[in-house]
Each structure stands twice: as C-alpha cells, then as structure tokens.
Design a protein. Structure first.
Length: 581
C-alpha cells in the first residue's frame, strides 16, 4: 500500500503540472492557427514552454499551491491558482518585451489562450483529485448530520476528514431551505426523518443550544441508536468539536454572567486563594488570572495539588500551608498583604467527614476562623467564603461545620473588611463528584451504584459557578450570605442512565441501589427560609441574615474544638442540625 506524504503529493502535482502545461501550450498553438501551425512558429516552442513552466512552478510555489491537501480544495484556493497564473504570465510578458528577438517569431495571442487552458487543466486536475478522494473515502466514513448553521459548519464542510456529511439541519427560518455549499439546509423538525432515511451514524452540533433542546436532540438520536454525538467547543479562541458529555446535557448555564463587573473587582488586586489546588480553588485561580489579578497567592496543604495549579499560573506565589496552622498562615498574610481573600479550603466529602469528625471540625471551622480573623487583622478589603447547600438544615457533620462558618462570617466584628459567604450546590466534575465515579464504574463494566432512586442534586459547571461566586463578591457590601441559583435539581438515577446511554451500554450495565450513606440526604436545599432579597442578577440572591451574639459564638466554637462530642456541640450552635449517622 502506498502511503501518501506531503513530498509525494508535491511531486505528484509538479509532475502533472508540467505535463498539463505542455499539453495546454501545444493546444494553444493549434487553436491559434486552427490546427495548422506553420513550422517557423514551432521553432521556439520549447524555449517558450521551459520559460513558462519555470515561471509557473515558482508562482505556484510562492502562492503555496503545493502545500494544500487537495482533498480540501476550496474557492479560495482556486483564486490563488488564478493569481499564480496571472503573476507567471505577467513576468513572461515582461521578459518577452525586454528581448523579443529571442522569441521571434511568436504569436502573442497564444499566451492568453494558453493561460486559460492552463487554468482549466491545472484547476480541473485538483478538483478531479478531490472528487476522486472523496468518492472513495465516502464508502467507509461515518454518515454525519450537522446540526446548526454557523461559521464552524462551513469549516467542517471543507474539512471532512473522518466523516462524510449527508445532511444539515437548523432551526432558523433565515437559513432553512437555503444551500450551504452543495448541501440543502433542512428544518430541525426534519431531523428524525433524516436520521432514519440517511442512516446517520454521527451527529455534530455546530452551534450553542439550550440544555432542554440538547436533551431533546439527545433523546431523539438515542432512539435511532446514535451515540456518536459531537459538540462545538471553543478552546483558546479556536473552534473544535468533542464528544458530548453528561455535563453538556445537565448543567445549568446562567444567563447573567457579568464579566465586566468581575474584571473590575479582580483587576490589579492581590488575591489570596486557600485550597488553591482543589477543584473549586483551582478554577478560582484560573478565573482571577484571566480577569487580570495583580498577583496570586496560592495557599494549599497538598503538595501535589499546589504543584499542579502552580504549573498553570507561572509567577504565582506558592504557599504550602494548612489553614489550621495559625502561625504559618499569619506569616503568609504578613508577607503578601492580599487585597482579596477567597477561602475555598474545606473538607467536603460527607462520609469521610462523618468518619473523621474531629478533623472535619478543625479544618472547616478552625481553619475558616483563622482565615477570617487574619484577613480582618491585616485589613483585607474583601473576604469570600465558599459554602455549600449542605449547610441548609444539615444532616451531616460536614454541612453543620459549613453552617458554623457561615454564622461566623455573618456575625464577626469585621472592622473595615467586607466578609461574604457564597452558597451553592454540586458542581459537575469536581473532585469526589458522582460523574467521575460513574465514569469509572461504566468503563469497568458496571454496575453503576446509586444510593437511592429518589436522591436529587443541583448541578452547575465549575467555571460558571466560580464566575458567579466572583460576581456575587463584587457586589457584596459585607455580612451577606449569597445564594447561587442552581436551576432545577436532577435525579442522580437519571444522571446514571444518561451516562450509561452516552457510552451506548444500556443493555450491558445495570444500576444498583446501595442505600443512603451516613449523613446523606435525599435532596439538598439552597435556602433555610424563603429568599429574602433579590440582587440585580437573576442567578444571585441574598439569604436572610442569622444573628448570633459574637461573644457567645466564640465561646461555643471554643467548646466545639475542645469537646470530644462534636455532634452535640454542633447541634447547640446549629439548632436545625439533625444528625443522620
């Protein structure tokens, strides 16, 4: 089997360009003289040919005509072929008039005829090559439906490398029934009929759609056993496509992200992030870098996590410190004097915190208190405490410790420091998230384990949740507890079914119900009482403040840290805490 290489492709076209140029010049002479060329006009034929072909090859090279894989030849490339010819023949004319004697006798009208013939033959070769390659490739490439007309759709039509487009659909009346290249654009309502009639094997979604639309498309495609579903994505300002994930189908995308407000909040500020290597903390770091922070101070007690995030943000100050170590944390604040502190360090896995209650209390309560106290002592402008929906009517130690942190953030004497807490639900893809767990179980052949058929959770993408956290912090005045609107809760068993379907293994993998884990609730809540106050953003609300005398709270926290019975003391501080071991 002959393997195609760039060198072989260039040699192929150079060889055929020389041959076809010879044919075109010979035909040009014959057409000029009605196929009765006198001998005297042919005396300089090869001199004219050699000069023309040298000029043409140089022009074709300079216009990068030998760098293109002609399977993807386009109108733009045909234009370049035209300009290459114009350049070559223009130089020939200049040489001719510089010393016409060496060409005499030479019928000048041959040049125009030859250029037109050459364009036709050399262009035809390339188009024929594309048609030949496409015709053979189409026999084994997957038949593909493109959903949505955009600039990316046109790019895919030109570069059909590992698929063959058979149809396009869109929901815009402006493009329905029009033609994109040689393809008619059908209405989105016709998708099901096209999937059946064209025997589609792959679908590429070429423009953004709302989650409800995506889920409906996904359901329709699955009905025809189509699981190879790709989605448009933009990475480093470049359009690409990737396999659709459960995050694309379930995540709520807030419509009121205000990047200008976030940028004005972060730009030129020194930002300290605790838990900087965690799933939330690391995304906060990346967002702060993107929004122009003056410097980033990464506080993390895991060496590996700190290394990973530091590799992504060169120049960041790295501090391998636990938030429970008051003395070392004090040194960090003294050395870096941050303007903004974002406290994302926490133990958050419910079963682990249940099994290690003392460590959970020390890290989540004492650690948070240390961060808040030092921020006040060093005059930090704003402190943002990351909280969780598990702090609402908590049934586990982790949620109760986070509620204690919220109470401290709301009631401490903050002096000139603005302290706010931001509460939100599950984020898709965080460490310990159910999605990586389900993925591993599916790839291992199952079963997929779900604790209860009715258990539900809120879901949002990590980058969007982190942007909303920064947005809430930007509008905060101090003392607020912000609630992020996470949309509608999702049944975990439905999530499991969708993931199994994405892998095309619904006939192979079963779902096993294992029972609720210690401290686990069937559903999470974001609010203790009804939403007290709306903000200018639909996705951000302010909860009603809970007053707790700070002297009493400090006394109770001290007892909590000292007592062996953490649960009973947590119940005293958080009366709504109903422990479910």
């Amino acid at each position: 089997m002959i393997v195609a290489t760039p060198l072989k492709r260039r040699l192929f076209f150079i060889g055929f360009d020389i041959l076809l140029s010879l044919v075109s010049l010979f035909l040009a002479y014959n057409l000029r003289f009605n196929f009765h060329v006198e001998t005297q006009y042919m005396d300089n034929f090869f001199l004219v040919f050699v000069l023309l072909i040298v000029l043409k090859l140089i022009a074709l090279y300079l216009f990068h005509m030998y760098d293109i894989s002609w399977r993807y030849v386009s109108l733009h490339d045909v234009k370049r072929l035209f300009f290459a010819h114009v350049s070559a023949y223009a130089f020939f004319v200049i040489i001719y008039y510089a010393d016409s004697a060496i060409f005499s006798p030479f019928p000048r009208s041959v040049l125009m005829i030859d250029m037109l013939l050459s364009l036709f033959l050399l262009g035809g070769l390339r188009i024929a090559k594309r048609l030949f390659v496409e015709g053979n490739d189409d026999l084994h490439l997957p038949k593909t439906l493109l959903v949505g007309v955009s600039s990316f759709t046109q790019t895919l039509l030109k570069e059909q490398k590992d698929f063959y487009v058979t149809a396009i659909v869109d929901d815009s009346p402006m493009v329905i029934d029009s033609f994109l290249m040689r393809y008619k654009v059908h209405a989105l309502d016709e998708m099901e009929a096209l999937l059946q009639r064209e025997k589609i094997e792959r679908v590429i979604i070429c423009k953004p759609y709302e989650n409800e639309q995506l889920q409906q498309m996904y359901k329709t495609m699955n009905a025809y056993d189509i699981y190879d579903i790709r989605l448009l994505t933009i990475e480093n300002k470049q359009q690409k496509y990737r396999q659709v994930t459960v995050s694309d189908l379930l995540a709520r995308h807030p419509q009121d992200l205000d990047t200008k407000t976030i940028e004005s909040f972060i730009r030129d500020k020194k930002v300290l992030i605790t838990g900087a290597g965690g799933s939330i903390g690391s995304e906060i770091v990346r967002q702060c870098q993107a929004f122009g922070a003056k410097s980033l101070i990464l506080v993390e007690h895991s060496e590996y996590n700190l290394y990973q995030i530091a590799e992504q943000v060169p120049g960041a100050i790295q501090k391998l410190v636990s938030v429970t170590d008051r003395q070392k944390l004090d040194e960090v604040f003294a050395q870096t004097t941050p303007d903004i502190v974002i406290h994302a360090a926490a133990y958050k896995h419910v079963p682990i915190c249940e099994a290690n209650q003392e460590s959970a209390v020390e890290n989540n309560v004492l650690g948070s208190k240390n961060v808040i106290d030092l921020s006040i002592a060093y005059g930090v402008q704003k402190v943002v405490v990351i909280s969780t929906d598990k702090a609402v009517r908590p049934t586990n130690v982790m949620g109760a410790t986070k509620r204690v942190t919220e109470l401290y953030a709301q009631n401490v004497d903050a002096k000139d420091t603005e302290i706010v807490a931001v509460r939100f639900g599950n984020v898709l893809g965080s460490s310990g998230s159910v999605i990586p767990k389900f993925k591993a179980q599916i790839e291992a052949g199952g079963p997929v384990t779900v604790t209860h058929p009715e258990i539900t959770r809120y879901f949002m993408l990590i980058p969007e949740a982190c942007q909303l956290v920064l947005q809430a912090a930007a509008i905060a005045k101090g003392g607020e507890l912000f609630i992020l609107d996470m949309g509608e809760p999702v049944k975990i068993i439905d999530l499991a079914r969708k993931m199994i379907k994405l892998y095309g293994k619904e006939r192979e993998i079963e779902i096993k119900i294992t029972g609720l884990r210690p401290g686990e609730k069937l559903y999470e809540e974001l609010l203790l009482d009804e939403r007290e106050k709306a903000t200018t953003y639909r996705s951000i609300f302010i909860a009603k403040p809970t007053r707790y005398a700070i002297s009493q709270l400090l006394h109770d926290i001290k007892l909590l840290l000292e007592t062996p019975d953490k649960v009973e003391m947590l119940k005293k501080i958080v009366p709504e805490f109903t422990h479910k071991p």
